[in-house]
Ligand binder design. Structure first.
Ligand SMILES: [Zn+2]
Ligand SMILES: [Zn+2]
Length: 554
């Protein structure tokens, strides 16, 4: 591919490395004048295909191959699916990063936790500012979302202008942060936009996403109406406006407020550093909760998606180090039930219900608004920006497909149904000109693993079928010096399945005694076949089998 790229040196190329086969792992590349611009580098959540793994990052093999020509990285906003992978991958790229003050503050806190605090050059750019990175003539445009300082990005080139929306919604009352710069969006449209790369998350949702301001009123009424017992509200830590609304609602209801969870404190400090939440009440440390009367307290807690180590999960299993919930307390999930997390979240609802703790969720109360645009807002965006080409991103293939249909109905002459790794030539007649290596890598402790790595393959096998170890000790002339040792974790129960162990051990022992002239390699293969046949016939499973023959010089 590298050779062909030269052909497009003075053209605009676009390539999603993540974010178009799923919602998450956002990483978008633009090429112009032979230089690459990275927009966002986020994480995604691992599913059952990655046992023991929580987080995924994009495969950046392609970026490493063009490393010398990367001009820099722009981060649109402070969500994990847009900046969460930087602390894992930056060492491989070592590029300068450009973003606004709040996003920089959140990023720096994360880099500092990863021991990269002073290594990564993070350049702060003002909201709505114009700036340049290599050949890229850029402009930030502030748009509302569910975190402060979300910036859409205008990329001006001699070949045409691109508008990269980032994640957005049109919120007439965002509670915290600036309003959408509608006037500027229209001016950008007037100037002429060749292509718009746009958020597809809620393309199936009719109407409008709703406003944080309206939600603030609803939360205020709900919290004021609950007079007794402790109230816990869980939401996304990065939604500063939501955290602020909840804190103000608590204050109005005469309750002190505590924050439970590291990410809430991290986001709160970043917000204060940037001048937000100035009139929020003073937050109490969770350690001090027990000094206050329960009915005079509200705790904002992490874990609205059922994350195992977050505060709400700990409360559900009565395992929080600082306080416990009691019968009659209330837990409000002021958050979306994100598809894929239903089992974990409903598990929490059920645990609380069993303990007679009241649960309010988006299913039965107005406790959440999305940060992404519904169809009415997407239509308005097309009306303002009027792109010739629509390139939907931030979605699964079905979202992207639907968004393409929607864009055609709203004036886009061309649409490109992109997939991760696709190289798109953005021109009057856009075309797909190639594919680059792409995929997801798994964050496994301190390692980054390919999904095809032996470690993950083996872990899947062990999870699904268990493993069997057979250890055989022979003398130099093939005499069995001790009973073969067989262990089968995940296949046989060491206490209850003694008969099975005895039978297979006996079968192996008899075979060795009758075939003591075999080489070690042949012996291992034969024993593996015997054990495999036994496990299939007796247990009905296909575990991975390891056989080791040791010779002792007797
Ligand atoms: Zn996002
Ligand atoms: Zn976002």
């Amino acid at each position: 591919m590298a050779k062909d790229l030269k052909k497009y040196k003075d053209e605009i190329l676009f390539c999603p490395l993540g974010g178009t086969d799923e919602i998450g792992v956002n990483c978008y590349l633009y090429q112009y004048k032979g230089k690459w611009l990275i927009v966002d580098l986020g994480i995604g959540f691992a599913d059952d295909h990655y046992p023991g793994v929580d987080l995924l990052v994009p495969d950046i093999a392609f970026l490493i191959s063009v490393k010398a020509n990367i001009a820099g990285m722009v981060i649109t906003h402070a969500h994990e699916d847009h900046l969460g992978a930087i602390s894992y991958l930056w060492q491989e790229l070592r590029v300068p990063i450009y973003t606004t003050k709040f996003t920089a503050s959140v990023l720096k806190a994360k880099l500092s936790e990863a021991g990269l605090a002073d290594k990564v050059p993070v350049h702060e750019i003002k909201e709505n500012a114009k700036f340049e990175i290599g050949p890229f003539d850029l402009e930030f445009i502030g748009i509302t979302h569910s975190v402060p300082e979300m910036q859409g990005l205008v990329i001006r080139t001699e070949k045409g202008n691109i508008f990269h929306t980032g994640d957005w919604k049109f919120d007439p009352d965002p509670v915290i942060g600036q309003h959408t710069n509608m006037k500027r969006l229209k001016e950008i449209g007037d100037e002429g936009v060749l292509a718009m790369v746009c958020d597809s998350t809620n393309i199936f949702v009719e109407g409008h996403s709703g406003s944080e301001g309206e939600l603030k009123n609803s939360l205020t009424d709900l919290i004021a109406g609950f007079k007794k017992h402790l109230v816990v509200v869980t939401t996304f830590a990065s939604n500063i406006a939501r955290v602020y609304s909840i804190a103000k609602a608590a204050e109005k209801a005469g309750r002190k407020v505590s924050l439970a969870g590291t990410s809430l404190w991290r986001m709160y400090h970043a917000a204060v550093e940037c001048g937000y939440m100035k009139d929020a009440p003073d937050f109490i440390r969770p350690k001090e909760i027990n000094r206050y009367k329960r009915e005079e307290l509200l705790v904002i807690a992490t874990g609205c998606q059922g994350e195992a180590n977050a505060a709400v999960n700990k409360l559900s299993r009565d395992d929080h180090q600082d306080f416990k919930l009691q019968k009659g307390d209330m837990v409000i999930f002021a958050s979306k039930i994100i598809p894929g997390n239903e089992v974990k979240i409903f598990g929490l609802f059920n645990k609380f219900c069993k303990s007679k703790i009241e649960v309010l969720t988006e299913k039965d109360h107005f406790v959440h608004v999305s940060g992404h645009p519904a169809r009415e807002e997407v239509a308005k965006m097309y009306e303002l920006v009027r792109p010739k080409i629509a390139i939907p991103v931030h979605g699964e293939p079905m979202h992207i497909h639907e968004h393409c249909n929607f864009a055609k109905k709203h004036g886009a002459k061309h649409t490109v149904q992109v997939e991760d790794g696709m190289l798109v030539h953005i021109a009057d007649e856009p075309s797909v000109v190639g594919h680059v290596q792409t995929g997801k890598m798994a964050i496994d402790g301190n390692f980054i693993l390919s999904p095809d790595s032996e470690i993950l393959k083996m872990r899947r096998r062990m999870r699904d079928d268990g493993i069997v170890f057979v250890s055989i000790v022979l003398s130099k002339n093939g005499r069995l010096l001790k009973q073969p040792t067989i262990v089968a974790p995940g296949v046989l129960d060491s206490r209850e399945d003694a008969d099975y162990y005895d039978n297979i051990t006996e079968e192996v022992r008899e075979y060795i005694q009758a075939h003591n002239k075999l080489s070690d390699g042949d012996m291992e293969n034969k024993i593996r076949t015997i054990v495999k046949r036994f496990m299939k016939a007796e247990i009905g499973k296909h575990p991975k089998i390891f056989v080791q023959v040791q010779r002792v010089a007797i």
